[in-house]
Design a protein around this ligand. Structure first.
Ligand code: SAH
Length: 355
């Protein structure tokens, strides 16, 4: 089976020609899949029956006659929503089933400036961050580019509105699935496709420094967020196993490289946990790190995950921590805790389903 939804328009054009069809059909197919978010050949009205038959996938919902099925059967990746939860604040959390039965989560957040979708990049994760629910069962597999894209396309169709912003902050470590994530990014920003503004995309990493440099070299014009969660290596190692591999000094160097190459300031994510990383000393240390890099800080009280045992810092401590950073001239935002009533934290919905 050929995954045509993960192909660039050039690759699709080559493919279409190898099965004896004119190149312009590739453009039509691409627009159906990526601009109109259609994933059934049946709905692609300007594609001739003969070509549909050639392309016909194993999609059971297909109704066209399959008289001329060749070995070229294609797969148009289509995620199936298993559960959708709506929060009082408008946040919608989606549990999607993949073709092989694995489950992933995506979240829609509605802001005044538009619709943001938080997408997953892997089934599970192997980074092992101690406060995170997504990593509890380890990594099952990488998502294909089409599986990442389709989270956005399904949600677009569900709400009948365009998505304006994407954060790659769902399940998984995007830079651990580097090639597929880069391909996803190139597809979602393509003008013939969904045409999402590159400025409105944020990729979040726990800090794989070689890959941060590679990402800088791609010159995609996106924002990079680095999950720091501690201002020194000693503390970071107790929270994030990846800190054994990469020091904060190395992360800072790769962040500086990213800024130098792209002109885009990076964001440090910092989940505040009571008595762990929320002291004034931590704030002072974090401020020093940020000042050198011109980095922003995005604070969030840690989302308690039953299996984990980290407690969120109280509101007073959160604002004291914020003030301390701001006094040092650091740009700080507090991430709004949307969807608290619907298993808001990463991986929680999926874990309840036990897959
Ligand atoms: N693997 C990537 C992206 C996915 S996690 C990364 O590490 O950045 C997205 C963000 O949510 C990260 O900053 C992550 O540290 C944070 N996160 C995970 N579990 C959380 C929790 N229980 N409470 C608050 N933030 C959490």
């Amino acid at each position: 089976m050929t995954d045509i939804k993960s192909m660039t328009i050039t690759e699709l054009s080559d493919y279409i020609q190898t099965i004896g069809e004119p190149a312009f059909r590739a453009k039509q197919l691409y627009q159906w899949m990526h601009a109109k978010c259609v994933s059934s050949l049946d709905d692609m009205t300007n594609i001739p029956k003969s070509l549909k038959a050639k392309l016909r996938s194993t999609d059971e919902t297909a109704t066209d006659e399959t008289t001329d099925v060749t070995a070229n059967t294609v797969d148009i990746t289509h995620l199936a929503p298993v559960e959708v939860k709506q929060s009082a604040d408008g946040t919608r959390k989606y549990l999607f089933e993949l073709a092989d039965g694995n489950l992933i989560e995506s979240v829609l957040m509605r802001y005044k400036y538009g619709n943001t979708v938080c997408v997953s990049s892997q089934v599970g994760c192997r980074m092992g961050c101690r406060f995170c629910a997504s990593t509890l069962g380890g990594l099952t597999r990488n998502l294909t580019p089409a599986e990442i894209l389709d989270q956005i396309y399904r949600i677009t169709n569900d709400i009948n509105e365009r998505i304006s912003h994407i954060v790659v902050m769902g399940m998984g470590e995007p830079l651990d699935n580097y090639d597929n994530v880069i391909r996803f990014l190139n597809l979602i920003i393509s003008e013939e496709g969904y045409n999402l503004s590159r400025r409105n995309i944020t990729v979040s990493t726990c800090g794989l420094t070689e890959r941060i440099r590679d990402l800088a070299d791609e010159q995609l014009g996106i924002t990079l967020a680095i999950s720091l969660h501690a201002p020194n290596d000693e503390l970071r190692r107790t929270i994030m196993p990846i800190a054994e591999k990469y020091s904060i000094a190395e992360i800072a160097e790769s962040a500086a490289y990213f800024f130098e190459k792209t002109g885009r300031r990076i964001t440090f994510e910092y989940a505040l946990s009571r008595g762990v990383n929320d002291t004034d000393e931590c704030a002072a240390e974090l401020a020093r790190l940020c000042r050198d890099l011109g980095a922003h800080v995005n604070l969030i009280p840690v989302n308690p995950v039953t299996e984990r045992g980290y407690e969120p810092s109280g509101a007073d401590r959160v604002s004291a921590f914020k003030n301390k950073l701001e006094k040092q001239g650091i740009n700080v935002t507090i991430r709004r805790e949307l969807g608290q009533d619907i298993d808001g934290a990463c991986g929680q919905l999926r874990n309840r389903h036990g897959r």
